[in-house]
Each structure stands twice: as C-alpha cells, then as structure tokens.
Design a protein around this ligand. Sequence first.
Ligand code: F0G
Length: 423
Amino acid sequence: MSSFIQRCIAPDCHAEYKIDERLYVCSRCAGLLDVVAEDAAVDTAALRELWRQRKSSLDVRDRSGVWRFREFLPFAEDAEVVSLGEGNTPLYEAPRSADYCRLSHLRLKHQGCNPTGSFKDCGMTVAVTQARKLGARSVACASTGNTAASLAAYAARADLPCTIIVPGGQVSHAKLAQALDYGAKVLEVEGNFDACMNVIRELSEDGSVYLVNSINPFRIEGQKTVAFELAEQLEWRVPDHLVLPGGNLGNSSAFGKGFRELLKSGLVDRMPKITVVQAVGAAPFARYYSDHGHDAFRNEEHPQTLASAIKIGAPVSWPKAWRAVQETGGSVITVTEQEIADAKAVIGRDGIGCEPASATSVAGIRKLVSDEMIKRDETVVAVLTGHLLKDTDYVMKYHSGSLIAPDGERLVSNFGNAPTRGY
Ligand code: F0G
C-alpha cells in the first residue's frame, strides 16, 4: 500500500526522514516527528469490509485490534509483529455514569481491558515491532507505571532486554509488580516522572537502547488505531465529543492523528471534539490552553495528584496534543482530586471500574455538561485508560474514608462502600 516517511511537525521545519531512520525527534530542530503516508486513494467500503472479515480470522495480526488496521501502519504486509492480542476493547454504555454527568447516554471505551491492563499496549506492540525491525539490542522507557508494565511484557515477548526508570515510591504496587514479573530491569529514581524522562533521554542518546516512550512516533502509530476501532464500533459515526485524561499527552496526540487520518481517507465525515482533562495539581497543558497558547508553554515543576499515572509536569508531546485540540475545536480542562475520586467510584457502580487517572474523563464530562460545553443529548465517549486493579490501594482508601489529597485534605467518600466487620 502506501509508502511512509517520518516528518518533523514544526511548521517552519517539516524536515523529512526515512521511515527506518532511528530517531525520536527531528535532528535539525528537535521538533516532534510524525509518521506520514503518501496520499493514496482509499476504497472505504472495501477496507471496512476487509477489517470486518479479519475479525473472524485466526492470523495473529487479525486477532490484534491494532494490526487489523495495518493498511494505516508503516510496515510491510508480511512484517513479523510482536503482539499480545491487544486492542479489541469494549465500548460500554454506562447509564449510572451518564446520570452522574446529566447526559442521556455516555459510552466508555475501556482501554484497561488490554493485555497488561492499560492503553499503552496498543502503542507498545508497534514500537517493539519497530525495535526488532531496527535490530535494537535493548529497549527502555521512563514511566509512571503503565508504560513500564506494557513495555516489560512486549520486550519479554520479543526476547529483548528491557530497562525501566520509575519515580521511586510513586508507582502503584500492581504496576511495579507487572514490570518485575515480566523480567524488566527496574531502576527507581529519586524524583518525579519528569526527572526519569530526562535520564532516559540521555541514556538513549548514544543509541545503545531504543526509547519507546510516546515521544517515539511508532508508539503513536499504534495508539491511533484506537480511533479506528472506536469509529468501527460506532458504525463509522463519529461522536460529538471524545474526552480523555492527559499526562505526557501521547494519547491525545494519537486520537487526533487517528481521526485526522480517518477523515482524510473518507472513512468518517468529521472529527470529534477532543477534550483533554488534567488533575488540577498537574495541569501545565490546561494552563497553556487557558492562555490560548499565547504565552510559551510552561512546565509544572512540582506536579501533584493522587492519580499517579498523570503526575507529570513536563509533557513531552504537548505540541501534537495541542494540534488535536485546536483542529477539533476541543478544550483542555482540570478536575479536582475530589471530582476524580467520586467519578471513579461512579464508574465502578456501572460495573466497569478504572484507575484514578482514567476517571478524570468522566469527572471532566460532568463539568463540561454543567458548563454547557456539552449538551445533554450529544454523543459522548470517555476513554478509560487503565484497569481498576492497577491501583487498589486508592480504592480501599476511598471506600474506607481515608484518602488524603496531596494538599493534606481528607477526601469525602461520597460514594463510599466500606466493608462491614463481623456480626
Ligand atoms: N491514564 C493512564 C492510566 C496512564 O497510565 C497515563 C500515562 C495517562 C492516562 C496519560 O496518558 O501520557 O498519553 O497523556 N501514563 C504514562 C506511563 C505516563 O508512564 O505509564 P498520556
């Protein structure tokens, strides 16, 4: 099908590189890189039918919710992929969450139902496949926990040594346990995620390790296919709003790219408004948005939130996420720790559940509805990025009324469900 290149996204640069050049950012201006395909006519009906038929195939690539859409991925048709059967995640109707947000309907795209329990797997299958194709001898990432768990699993499948750098004492036990069990070398750094990211970028400079954080454009390629899967689940009718959490901002970038490509190829007729939700104590992107992008992007030096997955002050992919928000007419908002905790419990009551960071999406939707930015009857999809079991410590504390916010305030368990002791 198409041939692919890597291109710098900076408007005054747009430097181009071969698809298999081992780069993370533009060597001319240090801008972020996009994977781009040459324009090719798409037979939309034939493609939709092909993707539908693949669902009943036993081919490893067809069983994957990422590789099933491989016409839009920068690999040869016969590429040997590193897959754990990622993607194919449910899109749930969530009536209690809808009521809570005062919407007539709300759908939750549960990316926590991936093999390692988070959305990262959809990107990791592609990044680790590329690592193997490039002949990388080892792979590495910085992580608040989920990227670590995901990379550790895919590296194990690819038989590649793997190093993970995490902020010491700030990663949930469940996520750390996954990385250890999958055999990764885990390095705990004193400092937050942003410090880990600096360390790993330095380490990867000499080419000895292949970096698979979402700055790596191949991660974004995998994650963009979630937009394809979602559009297919909605019979190719795009929702009015797509709302998701923002940390390092790779996922928002990926949804933007996915819907942009769907629109360009005629598979859908518009893009959803993409709204990114951050925790109020870790919200550099929301601050940039409320300045309308006039001032230079400023990092948050001391990000704070109990939603440890998105405790990030220097999001690497913000220019790509900004593009997604701008071109779709979306927004960037913040929610409080209390709003996150309550929304998370409500999602649980739908029989679905998620980890704290994921619940920013539903908390954000509630706020957007009350601010009349979303109308009651509009179609809305919230992305749940991680599984409930990723952070059970938080859950137990919420339900027993002992969850303390970073500012020292005890959160109110408005939907608490403490266990009853004895008879
Ligand atoms: N939700 C969860 C559960 C996450 O783990 C992350 C990021 C996000 C949301 C934010 O996504 O970074 O693409 O904006 N976790 C990364 C990690 C940073 O290391 O696992 P983003």
